[in-house]
Design a protein around this ligand. Structure first.
Ligand SMILES: [Zn+2]
Length: 531
């Protein structure tokens, strides 16, 4: 059952009116033809109910198990409803190493078009996953979609959640007690769900879809708190997205549209450094609100183009950070970070005006799936923009980033663990040292005496369980003079001693490691004799 037929009926009535007024002119004919051609990936012609959204997500996950995973947000809504989303990526079960484009609709429950556009784009990507554009994006990134974040608001057709709170004023970062923000930061389960999503997804781009203005907005929310450190990158993305909707759409800092507190994009950017935008679409016609034709059908093609730009940016290694390394196949890697964030100053119970803080914990994980143990993990930069909201109030503008390394831990299938810290910036790729996650090894080496000017042999034995395989390298004074391959843990490495003077030399014998065995090295003496 549809929520209403009213929207389509009005829209058709409006078209008929245009036809009647101008028929049989060319304009009328064009209008009708356009209306007939405009179609959505789903083929829908009217708004979905909440049950329709759930059925659509279930269908996509059931029909495309390699591509689509449905997930449940951690908390139920105030009225006890589950909130669902989709992860869409090639080989989705093992796609956690890919950066994400996090795309959500319907923070405001009466902005139905925002949910429809978000759902339709997910369907388009899934149904056209083999097209060159989407196949490439799905290989490189994940599309994480929550079409309806405010389920109670959709059903009640209210802007706010069921408690009467505007969830897009309830995010804790920079929260202030104005515009129905809730009893405190993060007071609403719907907002806490979004906090969970954003703090666990490695969303390198985040879009929250709204109606009804013709703008694409980026942080900050308050002029006094900005501009954001990444303004050139944020503006470039927002302008690119806005251009898809048409020349009458503009890209600007949210504070330059109107000032607010506690919105999704501010938290998302300042906590994770993912490029975060609020996309607001609006038709030219009135009345607005639930007019399916002008608000969904007529906007959709532009919306799809805009979201593909955002998805492409999310997948671009130049726009995020990459952590590489080697760990045994099947190892679980976890990336965490903990820090404190602050609200705006607001009136406390004792009458004083002061900000409050909350502890932020970012955590994401992936599983190493490559046979050779190598991994490459697309993540947000570890360098966090210094926020303007502090224990002293709003202290902008800020230009610096905090050097705040991630903690990367590894747990191997055999229970070995390793932990290291990683600083990695936008556009950078950094190799993480996780040797302790592999089985330990030791090298024993003996060099047979060499006769001056001739070659000799180093006997190497690498011990460990399982028996190590891989390469042995022999160096003197940092210069490689021989290498060999282990067989059952042993190698006889022929070395070029012709350039070495008579006497004793110290050789470094290094085992390079394997997907399951950690590298190790030792030194041994080589005696070069006169002929
Ligand atoms: Zn809105």
């Amino acid at each position: 059952m549809r929520t209403t037929k009213r929207g389509t009926a009005r829209w058709l009535a409006a078209l008929v009116g245009v036809v009647a007024l101008t028929a049989p002119g060319l304009v009328a004919g064009t209008s009708v033809a356009t209306a007939e051609e405009a179609s959505l990936p789903s083929g829908n012609t009217d708004f979905r109910t909440w049950d329709d959204y759930v059925a659509e997500m279930d269908r996509l996950a059931a029909e495309h198990p390699d591509l689509v995973e449905k997930f449940v947000m951690p908390e139920k809504t105030t009225q006890g409803r589950e909130v669902y989303g989709l992860v869409i990526s090639s080989d989705v079960a093992t796609a956690d190493d890919k950066p994400a484009f996090v795309d959500v609709g319907l923070h405001h429950g009466n902005e139905w078009a925002s949910a429809e556009l978000t759902m339709e784009y997910a369907i388009e990507v899934v149904e056209n996953a083999d097209s060159p554009t989407y196949a490439s994006l799905l290989d490189d990134a994940r599309l994480v979609v929550v079409p309806v974040v405010n389920v109670d608001g959709l059903i009640a057709d209210t802007r706010q959640v069921a408690t009467g709170v505007d969830m897009n004023r309830n995010y804790g970062f920079g929260w202030a007690n104005r515009s129905r923000p809730g009893t405190g930061p993060w007071s609403e389960p719907e907002t806490r769900n979004m906090r969970w999503l954003l703090s666990t997804s490695q969303g390198t781009v985040f879009n929250t879809q709204h109606t009804c203005i013709k703008v694409v907005l980026y942080p900050p929310l308050l002029k006094a708190a900005g501009p954001a450190q990444d303004t050139p990158r944020l503006h470039a993305l927002a302008a690119d997205v806005a251009a898809s909707y048409g020349p009458d759409y503009s890209a600007l800092a949210s504070a330059d549209d109107y000032e607010t507190n506690g919105e999704a994009i501010d938290y998302a950017y300042y906590a994770t450094r993912g490029l975060s935008i609020t996309t607001e679409t609006c038709p030219d016609v009135r009345p607005r609100g639930h007019e399916f034709g002008p608000e969904v059908l007529d906007v959709y093609d532009n919306h799809a183009e805009a979201m593909t730009k955002a998805f492409t940016t999310a997948a671009d290694p130049a726009e995020h950070a990459t952590i590489t390394g080697v760990a045994p196949k099947g190892s679980k890697l976890t990336l965490t970070k903990d820090f404190t964030m602050w609200t705006s100053p607001y009136e406390q119970a004792d009458g004083t005006v002061a900000p409050t803080s909350f502890e932020e914990h970012l955590e994401s994980s992936m599983t190493v799936t490559a046979d050779d143990g190598t991994f490459s993990w697309g993540v947000n930069s570890s360098y966090r923009p210094v926020p303007a909201y502090t224990e002293n109030g709003v202290e902008g503008p800020q230009t610096e980033y905090l050097t705040e390394p991630y903690t990367l831990t590894c747990e191997s299938p055999t229970g070995r663990t390793a932990s290291t810290t990683v600083n990695v910036d936008v556009g950078e790729s950094v190799e993480a040292a996780l040797d302790a996650c592999r089985e330990p090894t030791t090298v024993k080496a003996t060099a047979l005496p060499a006769v001056f000017g001739l070659d000799t042999v180093v006997l190497a034995h690498v011990q460990g369980k399982p028996k190590p395989d891989g390469e042995i390298v022999v160096e003197v004074d940092g210069r490689e003079i021989g290498d060999g391959t282990l067989f059952k843990g042993r190698a006889a490495v022929r070395i070029d001693a012709s350039t070495l003077s008579r006497g004793r030399h110290e050789l470094t014998v290094t085992y390079a490691g394997s997907p399951t065995s950690a590298p190790s090295s030792t030194t041994t003496k080589l005696l070069v004799l006169r002929k």
